[in-house]
Structures are given as structure tokens and as C-alpha cells.
Design a protein around this ligand. Sequence first.
Ligand code: ATP
Ligand code: MG
Length: 722
Amino acid sequence: MQSETNLLHDLNDKQLQAVTLPHVSALILAGAGSGKTRVLTTRIAWLIQTGQTSPMGIMAVTFTNKAAKEMLTRLTSMLPINTRGMWAGTFHGLCNRMLRAHYRESGLPSTFQILDTADQLSAIKRVMKAMNVDDEKYPPKQAMGYINGCKEEGLRADAVEAYDGHSQKLREIYAAYDQQCNREGVTDFAELLLRCYELLQREPHIRAHYQQRFQYILVDEFQDTNRLQYLWLKLLGGAHNSIFAVGDDDQSIYAFRGARVGNMADFQRDFQVENIVKLEENYRSHSNILDAANAIIANNNNRLGKNLWTSAGKGEPIRIYEAYNDTDEAQFIVDEVNMLQNEGVPLGDIALLYRSNAQSRILEHSLFSAGIPYRVYGGLRFFERAEVKHALAYMRLIANANDDTALLRIINFPPRGIGARGLEQLQEAARQNECSLWQAATNKVGEGKLGSKGLEGFVALVRQMVDQAYGIALGEMAEMVINLSGLMTHYQNDKEGEDRIENLQELVTATVAFSKQDLGNHHNMEEDADLLTQFLNHASLEAGDHQADVGHEALQLMTVHAAKGLEFHSVFISGVEEGLFPHEQAAYENGGLEEERRLMYVAVTRARQRLYLSYAQSRMLHGQVRYGIASRFVDEIPAELTKRLNSKPVSKSYATGGQYTPAPSAQSGYPFKIGQGVRHNKFGEGVVVSYEGNASDLAVKVNFGSTGLKTLMLEYAKLEKL
Ligand code: ATP
Ligand code: MG
């Protein structure tokens, strides 16, 4: 075990003061890279090491599951402790855990499922259909935003005020949606928090239990808590516990999701916080980067005000590249990434950030063509892929057949002849009897009133699955589901099903790994739900978290939002254009521009050594060509900190699609252009990378993604243009 001095010896005075505060509530208010997260983790270690509490007495709230995992890893490297009983996780994760432990008092079935955003939207659409609501007048997405917004304020439908016909209707949809969820025994992300909050409020003995247990509550990224999260913390904090909140008002970037910087002021007042520790030394970045960040954020008003400085040298200038168009920009990034790699910078320590998800496609395309491995954080992750969700839906039915969302997903997938009409009849029967679709289906089958043969087959299938699932291991269950359901055969018959089959196999691997892994960090006996439910739960939370695992080396692609709290050797911020970053919508929203600027501040402060900003004179976005000028944020950086990499963007070769060498064209005897998408009957879809050989035996090199680069003889390859 490290001695106490060892644990603390790297800290500066302010950090030391914060780490070793007595049992009081405190606010650590500090800029990016000043060691907030490090202080929070070290404080946990110190509290345990000095015997002030045990891991059981601590609750640590982080912004992502990834951050929670990293914290526990850091902790175990500081202290040889068992983090099993420790409650460290996201607000959603922690609330989920509490609800599982007290499902009865929460009015939930023990196997309750969590709808992810896509499932929630489809559930809302169903409610609206049943209510005959015009979905042009009330777009389902808007209804979802309304419902989640209310929940994040801590308000149930009967507590929301409605001012006019429109808001009354939305309130009705909210109420009906809640009823449907209750009937089906499912929750959504916002519901986890609200229900947990209501549980603690309603049940004094449960509240008292957790208040006595969590004497030390530590919250990272406090500036991005919403109203409900704050109220939840306040309940758990009670009159006596210590809440240690760390945050940075300049990094508040979730106002659009209900985050309230005002929580900082409320916290100081509600908890009589006397200890506000400000950390001002930045340990992350060189001063050129830090000065640029400071200069940008200085344009915002209403800041709490902090000075950030670093003893690191100036470092490299900030590199600015003005691209001719988006392809040129992407190619520039590819070239620089290759150079960084040659300099020995690991790919995983390089981030490519963008303001909007839509920007990633063209960047991905260029990286893919160049054979640079990359990982998109926040894209379609494993658990979000259609085939995986299909298989999970069957598993969800095994856990709880009344889960209508799961049932609807696969009642006719693989197709078994249940048509839209049959489904409507079933939904009608369920509405009339106020029961779940499964119950309606079994009734119909029982009474012999069959809408179709398919329905009978479906009911028999699910029953068979439930029977066979009894007492077998989770991995076997996944395999059984994939085979019995017909999913495997379905994709085997599909020419392009290879990837999907691999994903289904990967799902079996995931269940086996899940059963084996030490579940201690997340679960223990007192709150045991069966393994299947735990796994399904894990799948929804992982999918919702939008964070990829740290795996093998890959360039890290993500939106600026997803980059919060992380750091990299080199960072590219792409698309730094007016209208894109700041986003054009910001102009219409109150405080929108300031939030965009904080977002830029977050982006810039992710870099340790090298920072690139790029913008393009024109780009295709949402199917239109847009002509852009440099973002005002570029101009807010003092020129002496920057280096312009080009004076005038006239790189014709880049502009034609990102090739240095003249790209062979169809006319010159090459059937495909470089960069052309092609299909091969064995390897699937790929992209033409280059040609080898001469006309008589021309070979083409194609990047087939996960299958890798293949060199194929053109004559035999039978490639099809996509
Ligand atoms: P952000 O606002 O981006 O979340 P943060 O304030 O949480 O940043 P950390 O991530 O904790 O900052 O720390 C930034 C970097 O500085 C990390 O690499 C951390 O290990 C390092 N660091 C923090 N404090 C010290 C210190 N006293 N000595 C050396 N390195 C430090
Ligand atoms: Mg941090």
C-alpha cells in the first residue's frame, strides 16, 4: 500500500487542501486540466486509506461509464482495495441499481427493462397512434423531448402546467406514455432518475438507509447536472453528509439537455458551502494551447472567473488549415495523422473532433480509404446494431413477455406472415383488454381466434424459448435464441448477412464474457436480479452511454460533447466554420452562442501537445453544398499563438477527391475510380484503394474494412460498382 505521503506527494497545495478537506460539503471550482478528476479520485483513496470511511461509505458520480471504470482502475492502482461494494457510476447507473434493489417499493417488476432512445421514440409513437394524435401537429420527437424535459425537472404529467391546447395535448401524451410504460414494466433513461428520486422521497426508511451509508458523496462534472439530479443528490446528502462537487462553469455544455449551471449557486446556498477551492494550475497543455483557450472563453460574460496558467513551456503553435472543401480537409487530416504516427504518437492518443455527428461520414470515408483504423465514439455501437437488437428483443421477452416494445420489434422478424393487419388487430385487442400484446396474443391463441397461423407459431416459439431458457447459462441462452428464432438462418440466406452473423456470434461471446466477469462492481447479492436481466440492462446502458471501449489502437473520433473530461496528445478540431461551430441554431437560442463558445473551450483544452483547427470553403452537408467562412472562434485566438499551414487553399489535387497521384479514370482503362465503392461476392463491400500491374493483368487493391485490404485480379474478381 502506498503511504499517505505517497498518495499525496504529487499534489500542489490547493489540490492537497481539496483532497484532505474534513467531512464537509465543498465545491472545487476549476478550469480544464487543473486536476479536478484527479483530486476527486485521490480524495476517495485518501478517505479510505486514513480509515475515515470504507469503500462502502462512498458514492462517486461520474459523467460516463467509461469515466467510472477509469476511476476504479486508478483507485485500485493507488490502494489494494476491493471496490466491489463501492457505488461509482453515472446518475443513470446508480439509480438503476437502487431501483433494482427496491423494485417492489418502486412499483416495478423485478425484471424491468430500460428503453433506449430509439425504443422510447417507438413507444411514444405507439401511444400517439392509440390516442389518434396527429403526428404532423405533434411530431413524436418533440413529444419525446417534452416528456424527458418534464422528467428532468422532476415533474410528472399531473404536476406540469399546460397553458394552451398544444401543451395540454403534450401533457396527455406524457400521461398515456407513462401508463403504457407501467403496464409493460419498462422505464426510460429519464425515468430511472425520476423514479429513484420519488422512491427516496416517499420511503423514509430507504432514504435513511442510504443517507447513513453514503457519508461521502463525490460528483465530477457538477456543472452539467440537471435539476432532478441535483434534487436527488440533495436528498441523499441529507443534513449531515459531505458532498464534494467538482466542476467548471466554463465547461457547461449540456444546457440543451436541461443542465443548470445554477446548481452550483444552489449547492453553495443549500449546503452552506464554506469551502470553495479554486485550482488554477493546468497540468495538461502547453501554454500556447492554454492561452488560446483562455482568450476564447474571455469573450463570454457571466463567468465565475478563474485564471488558468501552466508552468509548461509555450509548446507548438496552434496549426490552422484552410481547406478548399470537406474532402480536402479530410485528406489533410489523414496526412497529418500519418505524420504523427511516423513521429511515434500512438493513434489512440489522437482525437478527431467535430461539432455535429453528420460531419463524421466524410472523415470516416477518408480514414477508411487510407487504411487508418479509427473508432467512432457515439456512433452505432455494437448494442445498437439492428441484428443485435433483434436478438436482445427475444431475450427481453424471455425475461418479461409483457415488454411490448421488444415484442413489436420481432413479432414478425424473421418474417413469419404476421402482417400489418394482424398486428393492428392484436394491438386493438390489447387496448380493449388493457393488457400487454403478449397477453392479447396468448388469449387469441387460447380462444382459437387466430389472426394468422404466424401468431400461433410466434406464441409457441416464445413459450419454447422460455422453457429452454430455464436453468441454462446465459451464453447458451443467447445461442439458443439466435438459432430458435430463425435469426441465424435468416442472415445466412442473406447475401450481405456475413457481418450480421458475426455480430450475432459476438453477442454470444458478450454474454459469456458478461457471466464470467466479476460483477462485483455493479451488483451484489442484496440487489440480485437474475443474470439475464442484468445483462439486458448492461446492454441498454452501454448503448445509451455512447462510449466505445478502450480496445486496440485506433484514432478516436467523436463529437466535442463526447470528448468532455478526456485528454489526447494531439487533437484535430474540424469544421471550425461559422454556422457549423458555432452551430447556426445557436444564433436563435438565448445564450446559445456562449454555450457554443464553452464547447469550443472544451474542445481546445483536450490537447496536451498539438492542436489543429481546420475549416473548409465549401462542404456538402445534409445534401447541400454550403460555403463557409472561418469561425469567429478562430479569430478570437491571438495570431501569435497560431501558425497558418497554407495561405491560399488551391490544392487542386486534394480537391478532386483527395488523391495525390492522378486518379485513374474509367476512360484510361481502369474500370473503377480510386475511392469507388465496390461489392465482392465473398468479401462484401469495399473501397478501391489502388491499382497494380499493367493492362493485361491488372490487379486492384480494395479495402474491405474488417476483412482488411485485398489485392484482386481484376479479370476474376467480378467487382460490382456500388
Ligand atoms: P477537465 O476539466 O478536462 O475534466 P480536470 O480538471 O479533471 O480536467 P484532470 O483530468 O484531473 O483535470 O488532470 C489533467 C491532467 O493533469 C491529467 O493528466 C493529470 O494526471 C495531470 N495532473 C493533475 N494534477 C497534477 C499534478 N499535481 N502533478 C502532475 N500532473 C497532474
Ligand atoms: Mg475532469
